[in-house]
Design a protein around this ligand. Structure first.
Ligand code: NAD
Ligand code: DAU
Length: 356
């Protein structure tokens, strides 16, 4: 038995692969293009583990997909592969259309051909799980109820629009062809191996480097934060017991404004690695020009997955954020290695034009 995981060298995908192989010896075929966000160092602890087969390749590469399905005969595909950063989608949306829409389409076509030819027992057992985001639902007013699975789609960025398109394709393949699909729409993740272009790791690495902590706009945008390993456990639960064709929202019941997140990170660093001059890292906070089209608030109503699949997050925000800051302090060489030339080019492209 085996599963194919796409995007398993990225932030959530690598946490998923590590957690999977810590709990099971079922083989994982990890298909990842190794974009700027893919990092084999995340998986270095699996060296020599024959249950992990890494394949460098693109989910849009139909010939490769056909060959992989024929060789490994997986019982499930879990699709993490995507372009994932909203700011990059604003500066260059083309890659998002290519991977998130065309790539997911090509993957679905290859899965449909493979699944359609399976013997009856394997055909019934097969699952395609698509990992998506709460951003497809758009922005919430301050007092609006949290997103349920029936909230209408109102994506506002090229990233969320491309993810919404992929969700619609996945849904259509179930309704039209009967493909046994499951979709998860999750809120903001944080934790180990988070690429330091995203809010929490960016604030940790900038703080330690003595750099400004760039808060977009007034810093009062609200996100619902979930520790990455809780997202991974939710995906495993949906894979095991989810109803075919259904959508499951995944979140931490943990809404917080960005400024509070940044202040919490600073307070933890003040405790664990105080600045030499005794001043708080919070002094480095700098308000910069807002993200165009910035969604004001996301919040997930995760009652369906709790009610139907008995899933709840194990971490609170205070336990998860402490683990996260401690992980970055203990893994400074990982941080140094990902801050390559292309990372520096991104920082210049995204931040130099933003006025303080
Ligand atoms: P990430 O950017 O850290 O990782 C994406 C991975 O996909 C990388 O390893 C990259 O190399 C790979 N990849 C990109 N294009 C590919 C292609 N064409 N073929 C094969 N591999 C490709 O992203 P992440 O934060 O780990 O997110 C993973 C998934 O979860 C995405 O689908 C994202 O939309 C979704 N999601 C993320 C969050 C979050 O907070 N990070 C929340 C909800 C949902
Ligand atoms: O909600 C789920 C989504 O969460 C995922 O689908 C995306 O893949 C993931 O990147 C994340 O999107 P966000 O845009 O919410 O995450 P990001 O870390 O980029 O930003 C979080 C908030 O912090 C957002 O309101 C923008 C703000 N921000 C971000 C950066 C990078 C800043 O204020 N300053 C910054 O420098």
């Amino acid at each position: 038995m085996s599963i194919i995981v796409t995007g398993g060298a990225g932030f959530i995908g690598s946490n998923f692969v590590l957690d999977w192989l810590a709990q099971s010896d079922e083989m994982v075929i990890n298909l990842d293009k190794l974009s700027y966000a893919g990092n084999l160092e995340n998986l270095s602890s699996l060296q020599g583990n024959s249950s992990h087969q890494f394949v460098k390749g693109d989910i849009a590469d139909t010939n490769l997909l056909v060959a992989l399905f024929a060789q490994y005969q997986p019982r499930a595909v879990i699709n993490f592969a995507a372009e994932s950063h909203v700011d990059r989608s604003i500066l260059g949306p083309g890659e998002f259309v290519q991977t998130n829409i065309v790539g997911t389409f090509n993957l679905l076509e290859a899965v449909r051909a493979y699944w359609g030819a399976l013997p009856a027992v394997q055909k019934t057992a097969f699952r395609f799980l698509h990992v998506s985001t709460d951003e497809v639902y758009g922005s919430l007013a301050p007092d609006a109820p949290a997103f349920t699975e029936t909230h209408r789609y109102e994506p506002n960025s090229p990233y969320s629009a491309s993810k919404a398109a992929s969700d619609h394709l996945v849904r259509a393949y179930h309704h039209t062809y009967g493909l046994p699909v499951l979709t998860t729409n999750c809120s903001n993740n944080y934790g180990p191996y988070h690429f330091p272009e995203k809010l929490i790791p960016l604030m940790i690495v900038n703080a330690l480097a003595g750099k400004p902590l760039p808060v977009y706009g007034d810093g009062q945008q609200v996100r619902d934060w979930l520790y990455v390993k809780d997202h991974c456990s939710a995906i495993r639960r949906v894979l095991e017991g989810g109803t075919l064709g259904d959508v499951y929202n995944v979140g931490g019941w943990n809404e917080k404004p960005n400024l509070e997140i940044v202040q919490t990170v600073c307070a933890l660093l003040d405790e664990l690695r105080p600045r030499a001059d005794g001043v708080s890292y919070a002094e480095q906070v700098t308000y910069v020009t807002d993200r165009p089209g910035h969604d004001r608030r996301y919040a997930i109503d995760a009652s369906k997955i709790e009610r139907e699949l008995n899933w709840k997050p194990a971490e609170t925000f205070s336990t998860g954020i402490r683990k996260t800051v401690e992980w970055y302090l203990a893994n400074e060489s990982w941080v140094a290695n990902v801050q390559s030339g292309s990372y520096r080019d991104w920082v210049t492209a995204n931040y130099v034009e933003r006025q303080a």
